[in-house]
Design a protein around this ligand. Sequence first.
Ligand SMILES: Cc1cc2nc3c(=O)[nH]c(=O)nc-3n(C[C@H](O)[C@H](O)[C@H](O)COP(=O)(O)O)c2cc1C
Length: 142
Amino acid sequence: MGKLAIIYGTGFGNTGLMAKAIEEGAKSAGVEVTLKAVKMASISDVEEADAIAIGSATYKGMAMPDVIEFVKGMAGLSLEGKVGTTFGSYGWSGEAPGVISGMLKGYGMDVIEPPLRIKRRPAEAGLEECRQLGVQIAGKLK
Ligand SMILES: Cc1cc2nc3c(=O)[nH]c(=O)nc-3n(C[C@H](O)[C@H](O)[C@H](O)COP(=O)(O)O)c2cc1C
């Protein structure tokens, strides 16, 4: 079974809750998971993983700048065919996950669509969607 790196940016913790639930789902399906806030993550986390889930909340119609910088830093890695997905909490427009998905597709990754977006703080139903995404990623790694 492969390895999943979940790397996320969050201002108030909502996207962090999503990240944790994705981790739970993937682990329940037997995947080894590295979960890191983007400030603590390094490119080697991506290199060592078979699948990458990138999260960002949306602020001012954008993904969080440190997440964008991190994903830009993935250019030049060998990502062709690697499983990718994106997720994030939002308030009303929720652009961030779609923007990051576009970047991952540009790297030739096998991106799970559509991105998982949850409005504000995820309630139990939303957390369950996140766990299911973790299980879906695990299925792609078999
Ligand atoms: C200053 C500010 C700007 C925001 N801009 C947007 C926006 O452009 N579009 C949107 O969908 N949500 C926007 N939001 C709402 C956040 O995305 C939302 O609160 C989200 O749950 C935050 O997730 P986090 O806890 O992971 O940071 C904004 C929130 C703040 C405080």
